[in-house]
Design a binder for this molecule. Structure first.
Ligand SMILES: [Zn+2]
Length: 414
């Protein structure tokens, strides 16, 4: 399927990502990798000569989804982090290729990788060497010593050299660290504003970077073509430091409270609750006992706090933390968001237009409108009456990125 053949997908339930009522008998016209028109067939413009007309048989037509929090370099449950650490770097990279493909085939056409994937992963997808979602990469998470990016034990005196993280302390060192990841091609910046579950010497309610360090990082990122900062922040104090420091999104946000919610509403800060990972139970055979205990506790914290933030109307963008959770069923997150109080349409917007806004690509992706990139998903049935169906990749029948179909389960395209 080339990008240059005009294609009309019709007889669909069109959910265009703008939040209006779904359109029965909806259609999308794709040409040269772009959406030319989307709407009810009754209002269809004249078709370009040679347009192929494809009946999607009443299934849903949606924008390609955007996962704002993945780690393609991390293995999910395929391998323990210890097993991963001893692999040659080349093998670690090659192992990420099938994960990227699974993510695309699950309906995710754009993914923001918040640590681990580098400019090479992004280019491999752009050049068609690897099948995967368009990648927006942070390269490595910036973290203070002993923070969420520091995987040394308390008795380990080695200089840290984790491929997924870069340690920095103090404003000056943070300046250098953020400029380093920008030099390596970062599209966005990831920071640790609190401790975390899988780091050995901290707790999720320990502070990570402080407000002055975070403000320095966000200022430098903003001065590089408006690049945005995503903050790993789980405990309340870390969340507040990050919001005050000017980050674009709070990742996880498990202990978000009214003070943080007020600040986020005022500033338009996004919450990316990563419920897919929060709700994945730790494996007692694989997780260290300290990590197991932290995870169990913070799962409950998330279940108490996230629904309140949703009820109060904090802007939510979809992110899964796949890589910590297993890759390839990213759209299960939509079901989790609905369980946490969002409407099915709200969850779909979190995964499309809202996510596009967060990643700074709202002009190009996130809705099916004339001029946008033709990232299109056709999914079985009506996700507004059964949102969980989208979480099963077998219900994702067609995945198109930039007008090129990469999956066509039911041979809709013939
Ligand atoms: Zn993560």
């Amino acid at each position: 399927m080339t990008a240059t053949v005009p294609l009309l997908l019709h007889n669909g339930l069109l959910i265009d990502g703008r939040g209006g009522d779904p359109v029965q008998g909806g259609a999308v016209l794709v040409e040269d990798g772009l959406v030319r028109w989307a709407g009810p067939s009754s209002a269809q413009p004249p078709l370009p000569a040679g347009t192929r007309e494809v009946d999607v048989r009443g299934n849903a037509i949606l924008p390609g989804f955007i996962d704002c929090h993945v780690h393609m370099a991390a293995p999910g449950s395929e391998l323990s982090l210890g097993e991963l650490a001893v692999l040659p770097g080349s093998l670690r990279t090659l192992l990420s290729a099938p994960r990227m493909e699974r993510t695309l085939l699950a309906g995710v056409t754009t993914a923001r990788d918040l640590g681990g994937a580098d400019a090479g992963h992004r280019k491999a997808v752009e050049d068609g060497l690897v099948l995967g979602p368009r990648l927006i990469v942070a390269i490595a998470m910036l973290s203070p010593t002993g923070g969420h990016g520091d995987f040394r034990s308390g008795t380990d005196d080695r200089d840290s050299d984790e491929p997924m993280t870069r340690l920095a302390d103090g404003v000056d060192n943070c300046r250098q660290a953020v400029r380093e990841v920008l030099r390596k091609g970062a599209d966005c910046i990831k920071i640790a504003a609190s401790g975390g579950v899988w780091s050995p010497t901290d707790q999720p309610d320990d502070d990570g970077f402080l407000e002055d360090e975070i403000a320095t990082i966000t200022e430098i990122a903003a001065g590089h073509r408006g690049k945005k900062v995503a903050a790993h922040a789980q405990g309340r104090s870390g969340i507040i430091n990050a919001v005050r420091g000017g980050v674009a999104s709070i990742e996880h946000g498990y202990e978000i409270d009214d003070e943080a919610i007020d600040l986020m509403l005022e500033r338009g800060t996004f919450l990316v609750p990563t419920l897919t990972t929060a709700h994945t139970d730790p494996d007692p055979a694989k997780a260290a006992s300290w990590a197991y205990a932290k995870k169990r506790h913070w799962q409950q914290v998330a279940r108490r706090h996230i629904p309140h933030a949703i009820a109060r109307g904090v802007r939510v963008a979809m992110g899964t933390d796949c890589g910590i959770a297993d890759h390839g069923t990213n759209l299960r997150e939509l079901g989790h968001l609905v369980e946490a109080g969002m409407t099915p349409m709200g969850a779909i917007l979190a995964g499309t237009s809202e996510a596009a806004e967060l990643v700074g690509m709202a002009e190009e992706i996130g809705t099916l409108e004339a001029g946008k990139r033709a990232d299109v998903v056709v999914a079985r049935g009506n996700p507004l009456t059964d949102i969980s169906s989208l979480g099963s990749p077998e219900n994702v029948l067609l995945v198109m990125k930039d007008g090129v179909a990469h999956k066509d389960t039911d041979a809709l395209l013939g």
